[in-house]
Design a protein around this ligand. Sequence first.
Ligand code: GUN
Ligand code: ZN
Length: 645
Amino acid sequence: MTFEIKERNAAGRLCKFTTKHGVVTTPNLLPVINPNKMMIPPKEMKKRFNSEILITNSYIIYKDATLRKQALEQGVHKLIDFSGSIMTDSGTFQSYIYGDIKLDPLEIVRFQRNIGSDIGTILDIFGTPDQTKEEAEQGIKETIARAKKSVPEKGEMLLACPVQGSVYPDLREHCAQQLSLLDANFFPIGGVVPLMENQRYPDLVRCILAAKRGLDPSKPVHLFGAGHPLIFSLAVALGCDFFDSSAYAKYANDGRMIFQWGTEKFDDLTELPCCCPVCSKYTTLELRELDAKERTLQLALHNLHVSFAEIKTIRTAIVGGWLWELVEQRASANPFLNDALRVLREPEHLHWLEHYEPTSKKTALFYTGPQTIHRPTIYRYHTQLFTRYKPLLKTTVVFPEGTKPYSTFYSREIRHILKKKNVNFVVDSYLGPVPFELDEMYPLAQSVFPNEIDRETREKAQQVTDRFLKNKTVIRWDKRTTIKKEKSLKQNINLDIRRISAVADMQFGRGASKALLNGEITIIKSKRTGKIRNIFCGGSHVMSMRAKDGLFTLKLDGGQRLHRGLKYPLLRVVVTNDAVPFVKEGKSVFVKFVTDCDPNIRPYDECLIVNEKDTLLAVGRTLLNREEMLAFRHGMAVKTRESIK
Ligand code: GUN
Ligand code: ZN
């Protein structure tokens, strides 16, 4: 099996997952196939939806003599006539629905292996939300014990070990940690169906976050029994890779149609608000005239079209960098999902999410409502402002929100004030305080907020601004403000140098500007836009400022300066000696060569690639954070930009 990250956004990832039956792109949806009654045959699934993977139930096959014989003789792929990847479940869910079933936990694992399942599931204990903590604890103990005993039986099959623990985050995290220690390959989050049925999305979010916290980040995560597309985007943003849907068939049998915003009864619809092939072909009247079985089939097809469309939307959002925007939009369709999103504001969750949040994105941050200010990117900005940014001067002039970039909008005022007094300039923005030096840096310039802001956002931003300006001499600027001329006004500090120093410290950490800029500085600006492009120091090119996000890309010389100026492990990605010749040729660093990494490195950060003796080899840009670099076995860790020959 291989599993590697290709693209990412929020804590979500777009990966390539390989089984013996092919490559699967994640996030993905596994349609549930009932081997007894295949409403839509797997071959059709492949043809219509390009399904790369599906899930069926080994217990149903096992307890039916005919199916069982056929599966053992020909394999599960022949049995259901599907050439892609097949995951099998174990009977846990049946035992939850119908009460105890007689089944040996190891027997069902061996059976899944013997019928050639690509991913088999252990017989875990379904932990229901109404369990006491003691019951839940007993449950995960048994699940972990069964997982341990199942691993040696898996053979070439990939083994899925569900994370249980009812609604107790500490039990979920513990279960996830214990399972991650085993040689298992796939981690569903189990026991969540009752939460989803009752729209207990805040609890669901807590379960996902607790499990993810304990899980090996390099393994695929499946949200067991999640079939409604409403929650897909949020689950993906928290790091889920797979969903399975029996909902498409169940809802269709019940005459219900799935939509992106929820579910509608077909009988209530006068029109079909959808343009999938089914809804394009039929009017409601025509659908009503079909015989019952055919109508159910058409509704099921529609349900799958809508579900896969949401998966594709999510993948597009990951690549485009607007997954949080999508999540917030979807949450606005459902009050309980709205509540779930609020859970993410809690400091421990923000802290975890920030670890996985890319440093920069292709697209601007779009405000969708009061949740936007609580995004991990903004949380990071606020945190770094207090830990990495240092105001230069005693007095701060505070401007009200204006047009971006603020230093252009307020350029006349700035020039006027600097003739009289050396001060800091800060904009009291909807995102919190923005020192003018940082106003072109992601996400400050690359964010779009409405002209009229909601009260909650305003209060949050105000809180941060007040904390930032506390104990400082502050002049709140308006048209009537007059500044007294200082008697001994020293020469103004170069504004461009203030900008590059401040951005360097924010991006690389305190002390970075000192390391990077010790020498005579020459700044090259774009002739067309007037913006800073290249920075030379002591005659050599140390870094460039990207127009897109106002952050620096490191040149080799800049890397050397940071390497000298910042102590190990700051900004480092350490590679084994085996990798050194490749890095020197400018090849990218694959995760299997990484032995260590600065814990403060985030996805898409600039970094220093060093050998095990901390000798600088190259500069590059990361794709992964430390936890991922140390856990993944396949894929790229750092894209090398420039190497020492
Ligand atoms: N299907 C839905 N939920 C579960 C679960 O918790 N465990 C297993 N094995 N299958 C499920
Ligand atoms: Zn449709």
